[in-house]
Design a binder for this molecule. Structure first.
Ligand code: PLP
Length: 296
């Protein structure tokens, strides 16, 4: 696959205005930070969460990266590509024994990029953050550098915070989709407090993450953020005809796609919230396109 050798390039990222998205309501402006353009596979926020992990692995002289994810995981495919890019081997621990038969596109692409896949049953997978389990994996696979699911560690949060450098101060609201909330935490910690950070969870009951988020926020940054789980469309990975229709209209209007798991639900939510007066008159909203298009 040639695309993998394509450079990771922040130069390709830009802010695209979305004229008409707020339909003139309250003079609100909506724009999109196109992180999806960073790289065809290591797209969006995933690279930022991985970059320091990969750098440390390289500095420590490790030759293998090990991480975790489901059969549709954007994190796993980004890890496979980033490891290959850095000349490291990669091992993917996949959730669910059924995934071995399923052979999703994501897993096939991971394998094509040299990732060695191992399948864990649900019970084993649920121990993915426990020290004795990680120690056993470390011994079994000759001491790889282990990155938690979703890149959810300090290096991931700090890396995600670097996205803040791409965000001008005059935006009043920064909106992003949330999975592990690693990106939201990194950004909230890095952005000026005046900027409101709004997370959109694409799964049912996503506000369970509130406590986790608070825990990792710097005390002085633990304000001006929110998380909504209203726009889940039936749950994580679920898509309705209404959402597909919205994605189609968005593409026709602005000429680039949203991913169906994360950013489409967020954009639908923002459009829905604008007439509800969630945003003040004259708000400048910056939405983050976190990528994920390999999953469409
Ligand atoms: C992984 C992913 C997210 C979630 O990022 P977290 O840091 O885990 O919250 C959001 N959008 C897309 C497209 C993703 O692939």
């Amino acid at each position: 696959m040639d695309t993998i050798r394509e450079q990771i390039s922040e130069d390709k990222i830009f802010i695209q205005t979305l004229p008409g998205f707020a339909e003139g309501y309250n003079n609100i402006e909506v724009s999109m930070l196109r992180l999806d353009l960073l790289h065809p596979i290591i797209s969006g926020n995933k690279w930022y969460k991985l970059k320091h992990n990969i750098a440390i692995a390289t500095t420590e002289g490790r030759n293998t990266i090990l991480s975790f994810g489901g059969a549709y995981s954007n994190h796993l495919i980004a890890t496979a590509a980033a490891a290959q890019n850095a000349g490291l081997k990669s091992i993917g621990m996949v959730r669910g024994l059924h995934a071995e038969q399923e052979k999703t596109q994501v897993l096939q692409q991971c394998a094509a990029m040299g990732m060695e896949l191992h399948f864990l049953n649900r019970e084993e997978y649920s121990r993915k953050a426990e020290v004795p389990f990680l120690q056993a994996l470390s011994d079994q696979f000759n001491h790889p550098f282990i990155i938690p699911e979703g890149g959810a560690n300090d290096e991931g949060r700090v890396g995600a915070g670097e996205i803040a450098k791409l965000i001008p101060d005059d935006y009043t609201h920064i909106c992003l989709s949330v999975g592990t909330a690693t990106t939201l935490i990194g950004l909230r910690n890095a952005l000026p407090l005046a900027q409101n950070v709004m997370g959109f969870a694409p799964m049912k009951g996503g506000t369970y993450l509130n406590e986790h988020i608070s825990h990792f926020l710097l005390p002085e940054k633990n304000a001006q953020w929110s998380l909504t789980d209203w726009y889940h469309f039936g749950g994580f990975g679920k898509v309705t005809s209404r959402l597909y229709e919205f994605m189609g209209i968005f593409y026709a209007d602005y000429g680039f796609p949203l991913d169906k798991v994360y950013t489409a639900k967020m954009m639908f939510g923002i459009k829905d919230l604008i007439p509800e007066d969630t945003f003040d008159i004259g708000s400048k909203i910056l939405c983050i396109h976190t990528g994920g298009l390999t999953g469409n």
